[in-house]
Structures are given as structure tokens and as C-alpha cells.
Write a protein that binds this ligand. Structure first.
Ligand SMILES: Nc1ncnc2c1ncn2[C@@H]1O[C@H](COP(=O)(O)OP(=O)(O)OP(=O)(O)O)[C@@H](O)[C@H]1O
Length: 481
């Protein structure tokens, strides 16, 4: 590796706060050119930076012999570099069916779980993966084509949580040339990208055409624009937070979660900042971004700049309102308590995936069955939990806890507050809000994390219809050191 290239990557790492002296780094190595180059680069600087490195390779159980070859190659390379290596083997097609994802998505999800698992076990500081400039250009173009927001157009970030991407400024050609010069071989994935039609088209048709007909350095320029946009967005975020601090006041009324802005402050802001502030208000009030659209933002701007007394009803029961000189965005907790569709209504057959403590994931899929069908096929064994659907009357909701939730704790109808059950179940305070429950109104049917079912919904002799829940936790199949 030339000194110049090493310097370029190191400078990128420093500028983006990716590496620090004495860091412990898990490195995702597939055996392909990019990740082989990444481990080679990190090995080169290891001594000077006093790094501790650990390679992780995942065999997805998809490409048979070829996958075994990649696994073997990664093991040998790690040995040659004297870096410890952990191999995971998983049947990703099976996982994909269970998780109701494409194989690509399931592979990616599983990979990130493995990286994080090893990072935590070793107490390391980061997980390095080998996305590079061409990946960046593909992502930016892809986002542009699907009509993404400005944030999405920035593409891949050099750092997200524990994940770091030191090679984002290197292009594929220089990576491959560099490996060739050092006589370091690598594996080639024959199926690379085949399952991902859009990405494949961008990689193999669109970017080459741009480079042939318009600009030979198209990929490089697109990637650079993305990185530049990231910088702009970071600046905008900082500005937004500064202005937010100055003009937004939290409401103190009981049962209301909301904020106030003086209209005179809001109208002075440039339009882009008005929208940024509103988006942040949504996040603060609702506690999440999902399901909030740019149309909601625009509607709120209209209310805030429009006539006094007008209101807009928004997702998560939020209300935007202008009242003379003040603008409000709030959510009445009392009101939301009695509304059934606080979260989505349960969708049968859909797999719900959620984080439980320490980034672990849990998955649950719901089915509805007749009791005769279950008895016939002895299906009860396949279900993690069964509930009496006759007693439900309506489809329950799989949602996060809210105040007022309670559960039957015995067959006589004695109840206990959900918050108390969490305390008794030793679920840490910070995690309680993020622990999904199955509920009908405020009556909790099931708490998956504690494995508790309300006795009210136990199956009885007279049950005719059953709601079943099947859970699957991600457990690795093999971990060889
Ligand atoms: N089988 C694997 N074992 C270990 N690390 C892997 C494996 N596959 C990929 N990686 C790591 O993840 C990086 C990115 O891989 P890849 O581009 O295939 O996609 P991805 O994570 O699916 O991301 P995206 O599709 O969003 O670009 C690789 O450069 C490598 O560092």
C-alpha cells in the first residue's frame, strides 16, 4: 500500500472521528477485495495506533462450496496477519423465511447482529466495514431515484453508532490495484448483487453509462456530493438545535405532552428551518419519526402561518394549532389513552421484529386458527403462546406500553398495573417504554419479554378460535474461534 493511500485513509478516519489510539476494532471480512483491503490497511497501521483487531466472517449458508472457500480464505488470511477470527455459520434462506425478509435483508440483519455480539463480548470500541466510494455513489443515486429526503441523499455515513467505514473515500479500482501490487489475493462472489436488481442495475449499467458518456469520474463525483451534503446536513442539524433551544418552550400542563413557539420567532425563520423545527417537534412529541411524512410537516407550516384558531390533526394524535401569537404542537395523553389504534392494528402473518436489551432482537408472528385445526395437526406445540380469540371480540394491538395499562393476574379478575408488573419483572426503567405488549384497549393480553399471558385469555374447553404467537430469537448456530 502506498504511503499516500495510507495517509489519505488515515486522514479521513481522523476527520470523521473513526479511529483513536488503542481502539479495539471488530472487522467484517467477507473475503472480497474491499474487506480484505480494509483488514490489510488496519493491520498496516495497527502498531502505530496500538489497535486491537478481531476479524468476523459470516457464512450465510447460501453459496455452498464457494461460501466454504471464502470462510476458509478469511480464516487463513487472519492467521497470516496474526489477527483472531470468529466465524458464524447460519442458514440465511431459512432465517429469511422465518423473518419474512428477502435473503439479502436477512443476511444483512444477521451480519450486523454478529458484529455487535462480538464487539460487546470483547468490549471493543467499533465495528469496521468496507463500504467504499462506489458503494457510496450507488447509494446516493439509489436514494435520488426513489425520491428520498435531503438526508437520504447524503448516502452512507462514515460513522453510525459503533459502525465505522474507513474506506468511503477509496474507489474500487485503487483498492484492487493496491491488493494486486502487494500480491494479496481475494475471493470473488459470483452472485454479487444478483438478488438486488436495482442495485445491480445502478452498479453495472447506470454508473458505467454515466462514466462512458458523461464523466469518467462520475462515481467519484456523486460520492463526493453525497459527503458534502452530509456536512451540510450536520451543519443544519446544529443550527436547528441551537434555534430550537432558543424559541421552543415545553408545555407544563398535566396530561399534555407538547411545545409552544412564539409566532413572531417562527415567521422569521427561513422556510427550510421552519420545516426542520417542526420535524424535531414531531419527534419530541411523538417520540418517533415513523409514519410522519413531509405532507404532515407542510400541513403544520400552513397552520402555523395561517389564521388564528385553526388546528391540524396529525399522526400519533398530535395536534398543531395557532392561537394568536403562539403556536402549539401537542398530544393529549388522556385522549390517546382511549384510542384503539395507538399503534398499528395487528396484522396476521406479519413478523414483528423489535430490539430487546443489548441490541438483541426478538421476532413474533401472529396467526389465527380454529381449535379443531389446531387439535388435528397438533399445532399447539408450534406456537409459543395461544390466546382465546373468542374472548377478544376485536383484533388486539401490538404496541408499546402507555399509562393506564393493566393485566389480569389471576383467574378471579384481580388486576395489576403494567408498570408494577415491569418493576416486579425487573425490566429496567429505560427499557419499559420500548417493551412491546399485546393489548385490547388498556387490557394487556401478553408481555412477550416476560412470557406472561393474561389468565383471562387462557384457552378453555369452550374456546373455538385461537390467536397464536410464534416467536423466534436470533441465536447463532456456530461460533468457532
Ligand atoms: N459474509 C460477510 N462476513 C463478514 N463481513 C461481511 C460479509 N459480507 C459483508 N461484510 C462486510 O460488510 C461490508 C458491506 O457489505 P455489502 O456491501 O455486501 O453490504 P451490506 O451490509 O448489505 O450493505 P449495503 O447493501 O447497504 O451496501 C463488507 O465490505 C464487509 O466489510
Amino acid at each position: 500500500m502506498t504511503e499516500q493511500m495510507k495517509k489519505k485513509i488515515e486522514q479521513f478516519c481522523i476527520a470523521n472521528d473513526l479511529l483513536h489510539k488503542k481502539d479495539g476494532i471488530v472487522v467484517g471480512v467477507s473475503g472480497g477485495a474491499d474487506s480484505v483491503f480494509l483488514i490489510y490497511f488496519l493491520k498496516e497501521i495497527m502498531e502505530r495506533w496500538e489497535l486491537r483487531l478481531h476479524v468476523v466472517h459470516i457464512n450465510h449458508g447460501i453459496r455452498g462450496k464457494e461460501a466454504l472457500h471464502d470462510e476458509q480464505y478469511t480464516k487463513e488470511l487472519s492467521k497470516r496477519f496474526s489477527i483472531p477470527c470468529t466465524i458464524f455459520r447460519e442458514n440465511i434462506p431459512k432465517r429469511a423465511t422465518e423473518w419474512k425478509m428477502t435473503e439479502e435483508e436477512a443476511g444483512r440483519t444477521y451480519r450486523y447482529q454478529c458484529f455487535e455480539k462480538v464487539r460487546q463480548e470483547l468490549g471493543f470500541d467499533a465495528v469496521a466495514i468496507a463500504h467504499h466510494q462506489n458503494d457510496q455513489a450507488e447509494t446516493v443515486l439509489f436514494q435520488m431515484l426513489r425520491g428520498s429526503s435531503l438526508r437520504g441523499l447524503g448516502g452512507i455515513r462514515p460513522k453510525r453508532g459503533y459502525i465505522i467505514r474507513p474506506l468511503l473515500l477509496c474507489n474500487r479500482e485503487e483498492i484492487e490495484n493496491s491488493l494486486q501490487e502487494e500480491h494479496i489475493s481475494y475471493c470473488t462472489d459470483q452472485t454479487n448483487g444478483q438478488n438486488d436488481y436495482t442495485r445491480n442495475a445502478i452498479r453495472n449499467c447506470i454508473i458505467p453509462a454515466m462514466q462512458k458518456y458523461i464523466q469518467p469520474k462520475a462515481a467519484q463525483h456523486i460520492a463526493k456530493s453525497g459527503m458534502y451534503l452530509q456536512e451540510v446536513m450536520e451543519y443544519l442539524d446544529r443550527e436547528r438545535d441551537r434555534i430550537y433551544e432558543r424559541i421552543v418552550t415545553q408545555l407544563q400542563e398535566e396530561q399534555i405532552n407538547g411545545y409552544r413557539i412564539r409566532r413572531s420567532d417562527f415567521v422569521q425563520l427561513p422556510s427550510v428551518m421552519q420545516k426542520e423545527i417542526i420535524m424535531k417537534l414531531f419527534e419530541q412529541t411523538a417520540g418517533r419519526k415513523k409514519d410522519i411524512t413531509t405532507a404532515n410537516v407542510e400541513e403544520t407550516v400552513k397552520i402555523f402561518l395561517g389564521e388564528t384558531g385553526k388546528k391540524a390533526m396529525l399522526p400519533y394524535h398530535m395536534i398543531a394549532e395557532r392561537s394568536y401569537e403562539d403556536l402549539y404542537l401537542y398530544r393529549k395523553e388522556e385522549q390517546s389513552k382511549h384510542v384503539e389504534f395507538w399503534e398499528d392494528e395487528l396484522v396476521l402473518g406479519k413478523t414483528y421484529i423489535f430490539q430487546i436489551e443489548n441490541e438483541k432482537q426478538m421476532q413474533v408472528t401472529f396467526y389465527r386458527k380454529d381449535i379443531s385445526e389446531m387439535k388435528e395437526n397438533n399445532q399447539k406445540k408450534l406456537c409459543t403462546k395461544c390466546f382465546d380469540y373468542d374472548k377478544m371480540g376485536i383484533m388486539p394491538i401490538f404496541r408499546y406500553p402507555r399509562s393506564g395499562d393493566y393485566m389480569w393476574i389471576d383467574a378471579n379478575g384481580h388486576t395489576k398495573k403494567l408498570s408494577r408488573i415491569f418493576i416486579d419483572g425487573k425490566i429496567p426503567a429505560a427499557q419499559r417504554k420500548e417493551t412491546p405488549v399485546l393489548a385490547i384497549g388498556d387490557h394487556i393480553v401478553w408481555i412477550p419479554l416476560l412470557g406472561r399471558v393474561s389468565p383471562y385469555y387462557y384457552l378453555t374447553e369452550s374456546t373455538t378460535r385461537v390467536l397464536c404467537a410464534q416467536t423466534a430469537n436470533n441465536e447463532r448456530l456456530c461460533m468457532a474461534k
